[in-house]
Structure formats: C-alpha cells, structure tokens
Design a protein around this ligand. Structure first.
Ligand SMILES: Cc1cc2nc3c(=O)[nH]c(=O)nc-3n(C[C@H](O)[C@H](O)[C@H](O)COP(=O)(O)OP(=O)(O)OC[C@H]3O[C@@H](n4cnc5c(N)ncnc54)[C@H](O)[C@@H]3O)c2cc1C
Length: 421
C-alpha cells in the first residue's frame, strides 16, 4: 500500500513500533483519533482530545483556512471551554464583550427587552458573553493547535473514503495515502460526507430562510450601537448586529424568507436585493436606524440556512459526529458553534472515562442528544417569535416589555449555566 510519511498503519502495535522511529508525540499516544474537518468543531475537539493524551490527526479539505463566515456570539457555556483550553492572547484580543443584548421591534420602533451582560453576568455564569469574527476564532484555534506541538493538522485533504474494522478506522485518499486510527470523528459541517456517505444519515434540510451577512467599519454606525448586541424583530424577517474585530468592525446578519439555495458561506448579493427581501409585502416599515444600517454595506453575502435533525444515530462503532455534521441548527439562539464546542468537551470526557472507544463514543452521543435537541427546538421557536406579524407581534412586544430582565435571564440559565457532568 503506498503510504505517505504520515501514514498511520492499522494495528496499535505497529503504530507504537513506528513511534520509536518517527518520534512524533501523536504517534506515541495510546489511542489515536482522526478528525475530519478543521472548523470550530474539529479544532476544538483536537484540543480537548490532545489535553487528555489522545493522539490526533486533523484532516481539512481547504488548502488554506481563509476568512469565511462572519460574526459569532459565544455565550458562557462555550466561552468557558475555550478559556479553559487556553486558546490564547489572539482570542482575547479579537473578542468583544458587549454591554447588553437589546431586543427591538420594528412594529413599535423601539426596545422591548434588554438583557444586561458585563461583570454581573460573567460572575453568574463563570465566563463572559462575547462576540468574535468566525475567522478570528478559527485562527486562534489553529494557533493553539499548532502551539501544542502534538496535533497533526493536514490541510488540502478531502476525505472521500473511510473503512471501519473491529480494530480501527482507515481513511484512504485518491493518491493512495492512508491515515489510520482507533476512531474517526466527522466534524465536516452541515453537508458532512461522514454523516451522509459513511453513516447513512440524511442530507440537510433547507429552512426556507436566507441569512444575509456583511461587515462595515464601526465608524459607519450610530455610536450607541457600538457596544451592544441588537436583535430587530420584523414580520417574516429579523436583523442582528454587533461589533467584531475587537470593536473595530460591525457585523450585520439579516434573515428573510426565500426559495434560493446554494452551498458555501459567501455568495455575493446586491444590496438592492437585500433591501427588497427585508421589506416584504407588508405594511410594516423598518425604523430609520435599521434601515440606515441595512443600506450601508456594499459587501453583502447570502447563506441558505439549512438544518440537520439531530435525532438520527450519530455513532456507528468507532465513528461519530460533532458540530454541524451532527446537528446543524437555525442560528436564532446563537448556539450552533457553542454546541460544537460543548460536543468537544463531552467527547473528551467520555473518552477519558471509558477505555473502550466504541463505548465511549456511544456514551458521548447519549450525553449530548437531549441537550442539543432542546437547543435546536429553542432556535426554531425563537425564529417563529422573531418573525411574528400584526396582532401576534403586538402581543409579543407587550409581553416582552412587561417581563423583568431577571426573568429573561432565569429562562436562559439552562443554556448558559451548562457544565458537562
Ligand atoms: C448566519 C449564521 C449566524 C450564526 N451565528 C452563530 C452565533 O452567533 N453563535 C454560534 O454559536 N453559532 C452561530 N452560527 C453557527 C455556527 O457558525 C456553526 O454552528 C459552526 O460554525 C459549525 O462549525 P463546524 O466546525 O461544525 O462546521 P464548519 O464550520 O462548517 O466546518 C467544517 C469543516 O470541515 C471541512 N470539510 C468538509 N468536508 C470535508 C471533507 N470531506 N474532508 C475534509 N474536510 C472537510 C470544511 O472545509 C470545514 O472547514 C451561525 C451560523 C450562521 C449561518
């Protein structure tokens, strides 16, 4: 069998013998795992597995990890894990810590709820609520992976063949090169090859909604919006905005209903089309501030929002899934990346507790499924609430205005205060 320098041979004995020759830390580990995909899920899993002494080979199809995606909000259930994995100064510098989350309604033109963040919030949950550009988070994770010196990160490798036996898993490339390990983790995103082709899971479902994303210089935004996260609710649409890049840039995500579908993070779209999509045939008018924000960017891109029903079986023997590959969800609870980060922590805890790899992967899935399913349902419910129109929107706004901020916070506790058991 033709084998590159990196080749991992099937049996553990052979790997251990080779370890003496090659001298790689990863090769010396008692258990070795292959992760497919170096997005947020794959990179975080590489760090948590490395921390417990599991050898990791991380295979990514992109030949360079470029600036894709846009802003991410990270709540304390996820930021705590990243801080504990010590992902470093670049992460702390790139993050921005908003003062509050403001919920506004286009129907009433103003704020209907306000959730203070900041010191008291961080103390309550033991970690901060932060916002960061996806590319900055990915770069910080890559830097941490590289700094560990023990994780074998390979770029430009598209996995298209996986074989599983009783003793291990082998990835075979078209070139003939192989990578073998005790297990394989599919962290290859919403259109996962591992889920659909290896595990026989379903293709993602299009939600009928599009996300339009753009970033603009912070100076082009009204001063009071520069330190907060805002959600504007409108009939059949909504707009979310917050600062990224340590507060130097401003991230806009607008969601509207559409039949358009395509793959990829960043299909360019004309500003006129965004404005048309967000002003659907209703009497509702967007207030001046969000209208001004929507009219500013010249770099809008669109992204078809797809979801994967998490209720299917993620694990077969020595193969399982993490992140969007297992449970891509609508972004309306801002928890997709957060759930990927939690997955990584639970997977490592399960492999630390349980020697047998297949048993550990099953236990990981059992531990994650109820929580992930509840978060998927929360995101879908938020989408319905944000997009209400006419009388229902009026009732929603009145109810939100009436509720004390502590009530809103208490309702989020099960998401933000999570700890792996
Ligand atoms: C509009 C929008 C807003 C969002 N906002 C938030 C938010 O505020 N907070 C939050 O927590 N989440 C948010 N999310 C969700 C978040 O972006 C995703 O959940 C997260 O990025 C998923 O990470 P992942 O690593 O699972 O998948 P991905 O980021 O898709 O990474 C998968 C990786 O696998 C690689 N790959 C794919 N196939 C192969 C193959 N065959 N071989 C090798 N490599 C392969 C890809 O190149 C990619 O690098 C948002 C999503 C959207 C669309």
């Amino acid at each position: 069998m033709p084998c590159g320098k990196s080749c991992r041979e099937g049996s553990r004995q052979k790997r251990e013998r080779l370890a003496g020759v090659v001298g790689s830390v990863a090769m010396r580990a008692e258990r070795h795992i292959i992760i497919v995909g170096a997005g947020i899920a794959g990179l975080t899993a590489a760090l948590t597995l490395d921390r417990i002494g599991v050898g990791v080979t991380l295979l990514e199809q992109a030949s360079a990890l470029s600036e894709v995606g846009a802003g991410l909000q990270l709540s304390p259930n996820a930021s705590r894990i990243l801080i504990e994995q010590d992902i470093g100064q670049s992460f702390r510098t790139a993050a921005f810590y908003p003062d509050s989350i403001r919920v506004l309604s286009t129907r009433s033109g103003g704020e209907v709820a306000n959730l203070p963040l900041g010191a008291a919030f961080a103390a309550r949950y033991g970690a901060p609520y932060l916002v960061i550009h996806r590319a900055d988070l990915q770069a910080s994770l890559v830097a941490a992976v590289t700094a560990r010196g023990s994780i074998d990160l390979r770029l430009g490798i598209t996995v298209t063949s996986v074989e599983q036996t009783d003793s291990g898993v082998t990835v075979r490339l078209a070139s003939g090169e192989t990578f073998s390990g005790d297990a394989l983790i599919g962290a290859d995103g919403v259109r996962s090859y591992v889920r659909t082709e290896v595990l026989g899971g379903a293709a993602p479902r299009y939600s009928g909604r599009l996300a339009y994303r753009a970033t603009i210089p912070i100076e082009h935004t009204p001063e009071p919006l520069r330190s907060v996260t805002c959600v504007w609710m409108a009939p059949r649409a909504h707009l979310v905005h917050y600062p990224v890049k340590s507060g130097r840039e401003f991230n806009l995500v607008a969601v509207a209903e559409s039949e358009w579908q395509s793959e990829g993070w960043s299909t360019p779209v004309a500003r006129a089309d965004v404005l048309k999509a967000l002003a659907p045939d209703t009497d509702e008018v967007w207030p001046e501030i969000p209208r001004g924000l929507l009219a500013t960017p010249t770099n809008w891109t669109k992204w078809a929002l797809c979801a994967v029903d998490p209720r299917f079986t993620w694990t077969k023997g020595r193969i399982t899934l993490v992140g969007d590959a297992a449970h891509a969800m609508l972004p309306f609870a801002a928890q997709g990346a957060a759930m990927a980060i939690e997955d990584a922590e639970v997977l490592a805890a399960s492999l630390k507790r349980e020697r047998d790899v297949a048993t550990a992967l099953k236990a990981y899935e059992a531990a994650r499924k109820p929580r992930v399913t509840a978060v998927v349902d929360l995101a879908a419910a938020n989408g319905r609430i944000y997009h209400l129109g006419s009388v229902a929107a009026f009732a929603r706004d009145a109810a939100l205005r009436y509720l004390p901020p502590l009530f809103a916070l208490n309702r989020q506790d099960w998401v933000y205060a999570w700890r792996s058991s």
